[in-house]
Design a protein around this ligand. Structure first.
Ligand code: SF4
Length: 196
């Protein structure tokens, strides 16, 4: 908590983006999700250590990485978020960038959820290392470790801040949010019996 305001997990934001009501059920009604149901498609399974890029020379040549830190737990008092960043990359240009591994194939488009996650990580890196972050990377381990670069634009940062505010409204004020617009997500949702 910072003052009276809670610090939420980056994973909470991803849950919220999948369906805003998850936050209400988890935080306001204290009904946890069944682990196996947790928005597995979008989240992608976590990558085992051996699937990570273990070749610093490759990263140096491809992305201009001078050094990196792995599995870094960070929190942002300013933005009320916390979470683990797979890798914090420090770049030749004097900036830093998050790298997130996804056990997923690249299918011509980076999910909005992934962009949101990188944006939140960028905010935490910026605050904790006092360094500029204006891009991030997703590594698709099922596409031969294909790396996609994402610009962290001011519009993305604004969107991410709004999402955090909306989540805090639910947690702090008990606001009951709208359902997801995508009814297919309800089919195997663990809350479908109580979600009116
Ligand atoms: S049943 Fe549908 S609207 Fe309700 S929590 Fe689940 S996904 Fe969201």
């Amino acid at each position: 908590m910072v003052g009276d305001t809670p610090i939420i997990n980056v994973s909470d934001v991803l849950e919220y983006l999948f369906c805003p009501r998850f936050i209400y059920y988890i935080y306001c009604l204290d009904i946890p999700q069944h682990e196996e149901r947790r928005f597995k498609v979008l989240k992608g399974r976590k990558v085992h250590e051996e699937r990570r890029i273990n070749n610093p020379e490759y990263l140096r040549k491809k992305l201009g990485v001078t050094h990196r830190e792995t599995s870094v737990f960070l929190a942002s008092k300013k933005h009320h978020i916390k979470g683990v960043v797979d890798e914090v990359l420090f770049l030749e240009e004097g900036k830093a960038a998050p790298l997130e591994y996804k056990f997923a194939e690249y299918k011509n488009k980076v999910f909005e959820t992934y962009k949101h996650q990188l944006t939140l990580q960028a905010l935490m890196i910026q605050e904790n290392y006092n360094i500029e972050v204006n891009r991030g990377f997703i590594c698709y381990t099922r596409s031969n470790n294909l790396i996609k670069e994402i610009d962290i634009k001011p519009s993305e940062i604004k969107k991410a801040s709004q999402t955090i505010d909306e989540i805090l409204q639910i947690i702090e004020k008990g606001f009951y949010p709208n359902k997801t617009k995508h009814k297919n997500k309800c089919i195997d949702c663990c809350y479908r019996n109580i979600c009116t």
